[in-house]
Design a protein around this ligand. Structure first.
Ligand code: PBG
Length: 342
């Protein structure tokens, strides 16, 4: 009779074996770094709710993009803050707005860096909702889905014309993926990809972002278009619809509180899958690190590994730049986490 009782630990005991048999490896190449682009020149202003993240003018976004590329990061995603807001979010589809401008400059400076653009009206509307708002019976309001989809199509076309590799609708209106796909194909942008925020939850984890993007709704909330955090099956339906409508990559957002959803999406659809490690997840780590409560490097690598382990090929994260630097200096070797052991 052979005793196998010590077998699992014989591999764990040895550092080289731990490294050799590690199942999940996060690399800089899996990460996407979000940039917030503002009008103007030579602007780099730290965002108070998200330490280490900045409002950048297009020229500064170019510098940041080149830094990302040098660190092995494969793509960035751009959010825009317009010079003025109105109820229809007109600046969102202005081909001269900060995002198209940044896309053009970044593509020129770093042609092999992936450029993705967020497509949503909330940063551009005066009321802060992701779509056009109309009054509904009983003093309520409703988002006009179909009119919003038309405006989102215009926005996606402006980004594609500027040279974006992927457009990423994050508004959660119905049928926007199909409408954008059709419009892109019709306008000669068949090569422009579609990253869909397919299962996007109505989440408290977006708090710091709304300060960064000045996009908090002025009244009401986003529950009528974003998903109920308690729902799992609905996420699978949302993902299926977006795949049928032509999405190239489907995303689950936020990441950490929804790793079960992410795993199920990957298993069920076997499709290119992304996860968004959102602002609240980022700022919690930063706040805890600032208080000396955690080992930040170890925690960030653990978080990113958990998201990849759950099924994400692509991870959008505000930690991308620092994580890429740590991975460059230490690989996924244990020296990194040992460095600052508490
Ligand atoms: C726009 C959008 C949001 C985020 C990404 N795109 C905010 C929201 O839906 O309220 C959140 C990103 C983050 O929290 O990091 N709709």
């Amino acid at each position: 009779m052979i005793s196998n009782s010590a077998r699992p630990r014989r591999l764990r005991n040895l550092k080289w074996a731990r490294e050799m048999f590690r199942e999940t490896r996060v690399t800089a190449g899996n990460l996407v770094y979000p940039l917030f682009v503002v009008p103007g020149k030579k602007i780099k202003k730290e965002i108070s709710s998200m330490p280490g993240c900045f409002h950048l003018s297009a020229d500064e976004a170019v510098v940041e993009s080149e830094n990302c590329r040098a660190l092995g990061i494969n793509a960035i995603i751009l959010f825009g803050l317009p010079s003025k807001k109105d109820p229809l979010g007109k600046e969102a589809y202005n081909p001269k707005g900060p995002v198209p401008e940044a896309v053009r400059l970044i593509k020129r400076a770093a042609p092999d860096l992936g450029v993705i653009t967020d497509v949503c009206l909330c940063e551009y509307t005066s009321h802060g909702h992701c779509g056009v708002v109309k009054k509904a019976p009983g003093g309520n309001f409703a988002v006009d889905n179909d009119l919003t989809v038309k405006l989102l199509v215009n926005m996606a076309l402006a980004h594609a014309a500027a040279g974006a590799d992927f457009v990423a609708p994050s508004d959660m209106m119905d049928n926007r993926v199909g409408a954008i796909r059709q419009a892109l194909d019709g306008a000669g942008f068949a090569q422009t990809g579609l990253l869909s925020y397919a299962a996007k939850y109505s989440s408290a984890f977006y708090g710091p972002f709304r300060e960064a993007a000045l996009s908090a709704p002025q009244f009401g909330d986003r529950k009528s278009y974003q998903m109920d955090p308690a729902n799992f099956l609905e996420a699978l339906r949302e993902v299926e619809l977006d795949i049928m409508q032509g999405a190239d990559i489907v995303m689950v957002k936020p990441a950490l509180a929804y790793l079960d959803v992410l795993r199920a999406v990957k298993d069920r659809f076997n499709f290119p899958t992304a996860a968004y490690n959102v602002s609240g997840e980022y700022s919690m780590v930063k706040a805890a690190a600032d208080k000396g409560l955690i080992n930040e490097k170890a925690m960030v690598i653990e978080i990113l590994a958990s998201i990849k382990r759950a099924g994400a090929d692509m991870i959008i994260t505000y930690h991308a730049r620092e994580a890429a630097k740590w991975l460059r200096d230490y690989g996924d070797k244990e020296e990194m986490t040992a460095m600052e052991k508490r």
